[in-house]
Design a binder for this molecule. Structure first.
Ligand code: NAD
Length: 494
């Protein structure tokens, strides 16, 4: 079968890699290669950064008013809406997540560009009161410069939009480095910028392997900031490289989020919440509620309810509307998930559902893992401490509120948490005590362009979405104007 070929966009032109040739992207549902991407290297990364820098310092982009910038973002939003089905289908072919999930995400992405497009001309400085006579002083909020946006494979376009919309609204220019496993939708999406009227070079892409293009992107002297979403080991490496050159970073990393079910909760709703926290997207979300904590008095009843729902989950073709659980995005990740199942068994966790690849011959070529549930998990076990990034749930008992907080917070991560209770007092108290960037009460996995998102502890630095996100792409300049006619003594500070 002929592979579909995609090109990078650098300085407004569609380009192949300078000398790396092409690499293939495989469809997780059938394991077959379906697309070819430019195999970028250091020279391609440098060219993309130089194009972004040229667009930041010259040409039409810096001349646009903030209102005009905002209009471009909103025009882009309309084009995404127009092409949502095509973009979502590309994402599914690359990462194997359900079409229903990816279409929902892509249809939601325009909101980020409308919201931040509206914010573009509300970036305001201030006139400062001054303690110095005959001095006028004010601040300006200026764009940081060239931003490198590095994205993972699980939700390529959504997580890209979280970076692009505030970066462009702030007036930055961008180089996008998508995951080597899921680059196709990003390259197709990048073509929309020219159609929306963005000047060439404002948005550029470079595809390839992280270790090959990453170092040039992160350490290039013309790059001001790295906005990264991915694993915490990669994030820590990028943070170290960026520190050597004093670059700004935001890091959105992994999680081991607790989803806590109290005895006073509606247990049917809570069981559904536990399912949506871990089996949606086959567990390949940073916010996966991979540790379900259940109050001991209702422990067995809740385990039974969760197993009852999970065992009916329909595995299948992610393009099929009836499918509820799709494959894992890469074969390596499938094998990693299976190895964690072995580790959990060896550590003494009790497997009450799944625990292997499905027997169904129709799924034989795909990278599937059955929805898997471990009961009687202790929070010291590796299955409760390390991010699996797959459809594997650990269910841990707890005694009371203090015990739940102790277990929930006993993690290197702090991305999100869920609380299921009918007590408003408990909902608020628990939300205060949980060390996580997002807390959901009687719901799970809600995100919005208006709501700040990010991690405590090893789950990251900085916030995406919400008004504050634009600050992550701005820096403040203070201007002093002397109103006096005379020049004061030059040998003392004013
Ligand atoms: P990853 O860290 O392996 O890769 C992420 C990106 O970094 C890819 O584009 C990769 O090519 C690039 N990269 C790798 N090495 C690099 C280097 N040396 N320099 C520069 N770039 C480099 O992560 P992944 O496996 O693609 O994604 C899964 C991880 O992402 C999980 O840990 C998950 O929790 C995390 N994630 C976090 C969020 C969040 O918002 N907090 C959202 C989704 C995923």
């Amino acid at each position: 079968m002929a592979l579909t070929r995609f090109h990078n966009i650098v300085g407004g032109r569609e380009v192949a890699a300078k000398d790396g040739g092409w690499f293939a992207s495989a469809n997780p549902f059938d394991g077959r290669d379906w697309a070819e991407l430019p195999h970028g290297g250091a020279a391609d990364a440098a060219a993309a950064v130089e194009a972004a820098h040229a667009a930041f310092t010259g040409g039409d982009w810096p001349k646009l008013t903030a209102t005009q910038r905002g209009k471009l973002l909103r025009r882009l939003a309309d084009l995404i809406e127009r092409d949502a089905e095509k973009l979502a289908a590309l994402e599914v072919r690359d990462n194997g997540k359900l079409y229903a999930e990816m279409l929902g995400q892509v249809r939601y992405i325009p909101e980020w560009f409308h919201y931040f497009g509206g914010l573009a001309d509300k970036i305001e400085g201030a006139v400062l009161p001054t303690d110095k006579p005959q001095m006028f002083s004010y601040t300006r909020r200026e764009p940081l410069g060239v931003v490198v946006a590095i994205t993972p494979w699980n939700s390529p376009l959504l997580l890209l939009a979280w970076k692009l919309a505030p970066a462009l609204a702030a007036g930055c220019t961008v180089v996008i480095k998508p995951s080597e496993f899921t680059s196709a939708s990003t390259l197709e999406f990048a073509r929309l910028f020219a159609e929306a009227g963005f000047p060439a070079g404002v948005v550029n892409t470079v595809t390839g392997f992280g270790g090959e293009v990453g170092p040039t992107l992160v350490e290039h002297p013309l790059v001001a900031k790295i906005a990264f979403t991915g694993g915490d080991a990669t994030g820590a490496h990028i943070y170290q490289q960026a520190a050597k050159h004093i670059k700004h970073v935001t890091l959105e990393l992994g999680g081991k989020s607790p989803n806590i079910i109290f005895a006073d909760a509606n247990l049917d709703d809570a069981a559904k919440g536990a399912i949506s926290g871990i089996f949606a997207a086959s567990g390949q979300t940073c916010i996966a509620g991979s540790r379900v904590l259940v109050q001991r008095s209702v422990y067995d009843a809740v385990v039974d309810r969760i197993v009852a729902i999970a065992q009916t989950a329909k595995l299948g073709d992610p393009m099929d509307a009836a499918t509820q659980v799709g494959p894992i995005t890469t074969m390596q990740q499938r094998d990693k998930v299976l190895s964690y199942i072995d580790i959990a068994r060896a550590d003494g966790a009790r497997c009450v559902l799944g625990g292997k690849r499905p027997d169904d011959a129709a799924l034989g070529r795909g990278w599937f893992v059955e929805p898997t549930i471990f009961a009687d998990v202790h929070n010291d076990m590796r299955i409760a401490r390390e991010e699996v990034f797959g459809p594997v749930l650990s269910i841990i008992p707890f005694d009371d509120d203090d015990d739940a907080v102790r277990i929930a917070n006993d993690s290197i991560y702090g991305l999100a948490a869920g609380v299921w209770t009918s007590s408003i007092a408990r909902a608020i108290t628990m939300s205060d005590r949980l060390r996580a960037g997002t807390v959901w009460v009687n719901t799970y996995r809600a995100v919005s362009f208006m709501a700040p998102f990010g991690g405590y502890k090893k789950s990251g630095i900085g916030r995406e979405s919400g008004q504050h996100a634009i600050v992550e792409y701005l820096q403040t300049k203070c201007v002093w104007i002397n109103l006096a006619d005379d020049v004061p003594n030059p040998f003392v500070m004013r």
